[in-house]
Design a protein around this ligand. Structure first.
Ligand code: ADP
Length: 222
């Protein structure tokens, strides 16, 4: 019930804004080109936000209805190479350091689509919170039968009082109320990790940065 109420509320905000902007454009008799462009840009960004939100809500609805994942044997380094190639486009002046050599030869049992979706959530957040000029590391560490994926940023960190809540649906800390996220990313990531039998841990220090650790069992080595 609460989920539906929160989802409706989140959906209403961009819809109201789009409707307001369209009505505004419609009632202009002699539209100024600049004003028209600004209003259309607003509509475009609200539509993007809505699109992302609907996708996230769909993922959570599937999670709640017990969707079965399509597990496959996947070479970790090939999958990470592909993800990192795409992720480089997310950088806006941050120094991105992928350190992935320990993924070499590791085979995992994953649903590639969901697994990539989870990686992009941490990569997106890392780029979003790391200021230009600061570092963002994406590392792989191998233990005996496990690998750990590490996302380490030099962002603002997460206040201690927020830490226990960041994986809850619709939770955003005060410092990040603006921006386009609805607070669903980490809830989705946590579900995907659990569906893969993995473990998720976070360490954060204000004004220093945040590190997420995802540990998964290795299926085999080659
Ligand atoms: P969204 O989908 O809106 O980005 P998330 O579920 O991914 O939301 O994150 C929830 C909250 O956790 C964010 O609003 C932010 O306050 C905090 N957070 C997540 N990742 C980081 C990070 N790397 N650095 C600082 N804060 C973060």
């Amino acid at each position: 019930k609460r989920f539906v109420a929160d989802a409706s509320h989140e959906l209403r905000t961009p819809l109201t804004s789009i409707q307001g902007n369209v009505d505004f454009l419609l009632q202009l008799d002699h539209p100024d080109a600049e004003l028209q462009k600004e209003t259309l840009a607003d509509i475009s960004s609200e539509t993007r936000r809505l699109n992302r939100l609907v996708k996230e809500l769909l993922t959570l609805a599937k999670a709640d209805s017990g969707v079965s994942l399509n597990f496959q044997e996947v070479e970790l380094s090939a999958l990470l190479d592909e993800v990192v190639r795409q992720a480089r486009f997310l950088a806006q002046g941050q120094n991105f350091h992928p350190v992935l050599d320990e993924a070499e030869g590791v085979v995992l049992r994953v649903d590639p689509d969901y697994f990539k979706q989870m990686l992009y959530i941490f990569l997106d957040n890392g780029f979003k919170y790391t200021p230009p000029g600061k570092n963002f590391f994406f590392k792989v560490a191998r233990q005996e039968n496990e690998v750990t994926l590490i996302f380490q940023d030099e962002g603002p960190g997460i206040p201690e009082k927020d830490l226990p809540h960041i994986f809850e649906r619709f939770y955003r800390s005060e410092t990040s109320r603006t921006g386009e996220g609805a607070g669903l990313g980490l809830a989705i990531a946590q579900w995907i990790i659990e569906a893969h039998g993995g473990k998720l841990r976070v360490e954060s220090e204000e004004n220093k940065g945040t590190t997420f650790f995802i540990t998964l069992s290795i299926l085999s080595l080659f």
